[in-house]
Design a protein around this ligand. Structure first.
Ligand code: GDP
Ligand code: IMO
Ligand code: MG
Length: 427
C-alpha cells in the first residue's frame, strides 16, 4: 500500500497538522517534503496543544519515524528550539531523520527576506520573514548550503563565500545594509553540525526501502495548493511546490509509488499575507469566522483573512493534485449561520467562469457567484458518524463534495484528534 500524500487544498492552514496526527498512529513514516518553518501546524492531543513548524506532525506518534526530506529548507536554530520544546514536554524525538541534501536557511537568507519585503513596500508578498524564498532562490541559483556541507569545513567556507559575494554587493549598495561576514556565518553553521549529525541520513534510500517492505509512508505538505510556486496565485505564493508532485521531488519517491492523495479542505476559506482572494469577507461574517475559527497565524500571529467556501478552488486542487479524497475540516465553525453562501463559479468581466482562470489579471477581477445553502444550529462537535450530523450539515457536506470533484472521506468537527467523523478509511 503505501504512500499517501496529505496536502493543503486552499491557501494553507486547512488543518493539515491535525489530519497528519490522526493518521500518524497508523503509519510508519511521516515526511515533510517542502517548505520550512513558514508552516505552522497545530495538533491537539487531549488537553495538550502543540504548534509544529518544521517537524512533521508524525513526531507526536511514538511508533512513527518523522522525516525531513531533501525538498525542505531547514533553519537549524528553529529545529533545535522545536526539538527542545518537545523534549521538555516528554516527546521522544530521537527517531527523526533529516536528508543531507536539505538546504539550510542561513542568517543571510533571513536578512534578505526581510529587506526585500521592506523594499517592495505596498507590493510586498507578506512573507513569514523566515528566509524561505531567498533560501530556495540560492538552491536554484546553485549557491545554496546543504546540511551535508556542515561536515566539510573547507567546502562550507567556499560555498558561504560564493553565496555572500553577490549578496553583500546587494546589501551594501542597494539595500544600504552592512555586509555580512562569511567567517561568522561559517562559525555559526559549524556550531550546529554535531547536534544535527545523528539525524542526518540518506532519506531517499530509507523511504524507498521502506516502501519496498510495504511500510506505510505519509507525505505531509506545508502551505497549500494556491500557494504553490507553479500552480498557485503567483507571485503571491511561497517558493516551493506544496502540490502532490512536490512530494516526489521533495522526498525522492517516484509517482508510481503514490496510492492516495488527500486534500485538506476547510469548510470555508482563509488566507494569510497579500494576494487575490475572491470570497474574502470584510463584514461581520468574516469577523465571526475569524473569531469562532480562531483564525490567527500559528507562525506569525497575523489575523487570517476569512471568506466563504470557494468550490472553484477546490475543483482546481482536485485537478492539479489528482486528489483521491478530501478531509473536510472545521465544519463545526459554521454552526449557527442560518444561511451559508458557497462560491460555485466566478463572474469575470461580465462572463460566468466555472474553472480557475490561468490569467492573473482575470483572477484579480473574479467576483464570486454564490449559491446559498441552509445552515444548522445544533452542536456537531460530538458527532461520530455522518448520520449524527443534522440534515442541513449533511447536505452542506454533500453539496461541497459534488462541487469539488473528489469524495469527502473525513470531516473535522473540532480541533482534537477524536473530533473527527471518518467516512472512508484512508489506510
Ligand atoms: P495547518 O497549517 O494546515 O496544519 O493548520 P493550522 O494548524 O495552521 O490551522 C488550523 C487550526 O484549526 C488549528 O488551530 C487546528 O487546531 C484547528 N482545527 C483543525 N481541524 C479542526 C476542526 O475540524 N474544527 C475546529 N474547530 N478546529 C480545527
Ligand atoms: P501552513 O503549512 C498560510 C504564506 C505567507 C505569504 C506567502 C509567502 O501552516 O499552512 P513565505 O514565508 O512562505 O515566503 O511567504 O505564503 N504562507 C502561509 N500561509 N499557511 C502557511 O503554512 C504558510 N506558509 C507561507 O503568509 O503570503
Ligand atoms: Mg498553519
Amino acid at each position: 500500500m503505501p504512500a499517501l500524500v496529505l496536502l493543503g487544498a486552499q491557501w494553507g492552514d486547512e488543518g493539515k497538522g491535525k489530519a497528519t496526527d490522526l493518521l500518524g498512529g497508523s503509519v510508519d513514516y511521516v515526511v515533510r517534503y517542502q517548505g520550512g518553518n513558514n508552516a505552522g501546524h497545530t495538533v491537539v492531543v487531549g488537553d495538550q496543544k502543540y504548534a509544529l513548524h518544521l517537524l512533521p506532525s508524525g513526531i507526536l506518534s511514538p511508533e512513527c519515524t518523522p522525516v525531513i526530506g531533501n525538498g525542505v529548507v531547514v533553519d537549524p536554530s528553529v529545529l533545535f528550539s522545536e526539538l527542545n520544546g518537545l523534549n521538555e514536554r516528554g516527546v521522544d524525538t530521537s527517531k527523526l531523520l533529516i536528508s543531507g541534501n536539505a538546504h539550510i536557511i542561513t542568517p543571510y537568507n533571513v536578512t534578505v527576506d526581510k529587506v526585500t519585503e521592506r523594499f517592495l513596500g505596498k507590493r510586498k508578498i507578506g512573507t513569514t520573514g523566515r528566509g524561505i524564498g531567498p533560501t530556495y532562490a540560492d538552491k536554484i541559483n546553485r549557491v545554496g548550503i546543504r546540511i551535508q556541507d556542515l561536515y566539510d569545513e573547507s567546502i562550507l567556507t567556499q560555498k558561504v563565500e560564493a553565496a555572500l559575494d553577490g549578496k553583500n554587493q546587494l546589501l551594501t549598495k542597494v539595500f544600504n545594509r552592512r555586509a555580512i561576514e562569511a567567517g561568522q556565518v561559517v562559525e555559526e553553521l559549524l556550531s550546529y553540525a554535531d547536534r544535527l549529525k545523528p539525524y542526518v541520513a540518506d532519506t531517499v534510500l530509507v523511504l524507498n526501502q521502506a516502501l519496498e517492505q510495504d511500510k506505510v509512508v505519509l507525505f505531509e505538505g506545508g502551505q497549500g495548493t494556491l500557494l504553490d510556486i507553479d500552480h498557485g496565485t503567483y507571485p503571491f505564493v511561497t517558493s516551493s511546490n506544496p502540490t502532490a508532485g512536490g512530494a516526489c521531488t521533495g522526498a525522492g519517491v517516484g509517482p508510481t509509488k503514490i496510492s492516495r492523495v488527500i486534500g485538506i479542505l476547510k469548510a470555508y476559506t482563509t488566507r494569510v499575507g497579500s494576494g487575490p482572494f475572491p470570497t474574502e469577507l470584510f463584514d461581520e461574517d468574516g469577523e465571526a469566522l475569524r473569531r469562532i475559527g480562531g483564525e490567527r497565524g500559528v507562525t506569525t500571529g497575523r489575523d487570517r483573512r476569512c471568506g466563504w467556501f470557494d468550490a472553484v478552488i477546490a475543483r482546481y486542487a482536485t485537478r492539479v493534485n489528482g486528489l483521491t479524497d478530501f478531509f473536510l475540516t472545521k465544519l463545526d465553525v459554521l454552526t449557527g449561520w442560518e444561511q451559508i453562501p458557497v462560491c460555485v463559479a466566478y463572474e469575470i468581466d461580465g462572463k460566468r467562469v466555472e474553472e480557475l482562470p490561468y490569467s492573473q489579471t482575470d483572477f484579480h477581477h473574479a467576483k464570486p457567484i454564490y449559491e446559498t445553502l441552509p445552515g444548522w444550529s445544533e452542536d456537531i462537535t460530538k458527532a461520530k458518524t455522518f448520520a449524527d450530523l443534522p440534515k442541513n450539515a449533511q447536505n452542506y457536506v454533500k453539496a461541497l463534495e459534488e462541487m469539488s470533484g473528489a469524495p469527502i472521506s473525513a470531516i473535522g468537527v473540532g480541533p482534537g484528534r477524536d473530533e473527527t467523523i471518518e467516512i472512508n478509511s484512508f489506510l
